[in-house]
Design a protein around this ligand. Structure first.
Ligand SMILES: [Zn+2]
Length: 224
């Protein structure tokens, strides 16, 4: 059964707050997919292909990873965090598996917008499960692999996550400025490169009224 879905960073944090995880979590294990590499990425289709490979070829119950991160920073919830993953031999029961869709033996992490999102995802997981950055582990510590790639260093990765944890998420806009400088407080936010605002406040400031009586059909009208 397909369990993967794409979420924004805010939705990811909300999901972590909402779930009850009965198994004890003491480590977050970082991976790269190796294959597919970043250039193979086709959005959620790539995530589904990984899941099908894990289920059909490996015989696992679901995607082996709990979270996957696309090259552009898309976040995918995969196997439910409540359940043990299948990503690291002998440590699945008490860990969470986070995988970059990349081949960091070859792909340059610095050119990969997903890396910063990965730091935020791991920081959110550490906060949720009350763990220090020492709980960040690389797969290669436990397997004769390079995973998550020769171009990623554990010390730098931990430091980057620590910086996210202390500085918090990047400063977010809260207001929209109209031409002329009028300030509209409409809870503006940029998530995954998409700007979101409280439409009603913005529309009314622009002299429109919002009609949402057809919202059940997925439609909202603006009228002047
Ligand atoms: Zn791995």
């Amino acid at each position: 059964m397909a369990t993967e879905r794409q979420v924004s960073m805010a939705q990811f944090r909300a999901h972590l707050d909402a779930i009850e995880v009965g198994r004890g979590i003491d480590e977050v294990v970082v991976h790269h997919t190796w294959s597919p590499a970043a250039s193979d990425y086709r959005g959620i289709h790539t995530v589904r292909a990984v899941r099908r490979y894990h289920v059909d070829v490996r015989g696992w119950s679901d995607n082996g990873y709990h979270v996957m991160i696309g090259p552009s920073g898309a976040i995918f919830l995969c196997r439910p965090i409540e359940r043990s993953g299948a990503h690291v031999s002998g440590r699945n029961a008490h860990t969470i598996g986070v995988s970059f869709i990349a081949n960091f033996d070859r792909d340059e992490p610095g050119r990969y917008a997903g890396l910063g999102v990965g730091h935020e995802v791991v920081a959110a997981l550490l906060a949720r499960f009350d763990l220090s950055t020492k709980a960040i582990r690389f797969h290669r510590e436990f397997a004769s692999k390079t995973c998550p790639g020769l171009k990623l260093g554990l010390a730098q990765f931990r430091e980057a996550v620590a910086n996210v944890a202390t500085s918090g998420p990047a400063a977010q806009p809260k207001v929209v400025l109209l031409p002329g400088g009028e300030v509209i407080e409409c809870n503006a936010a940029v998530e995954d490169g998409v700007t979101r605002v409280d439409l009603r406040r913005l529309a009314e400031a622009l002299g429109c009224t919002v009609h949402d009586h057809l919202k059940d059909q997925g439609k909202v009208y603006l009228a002047r």
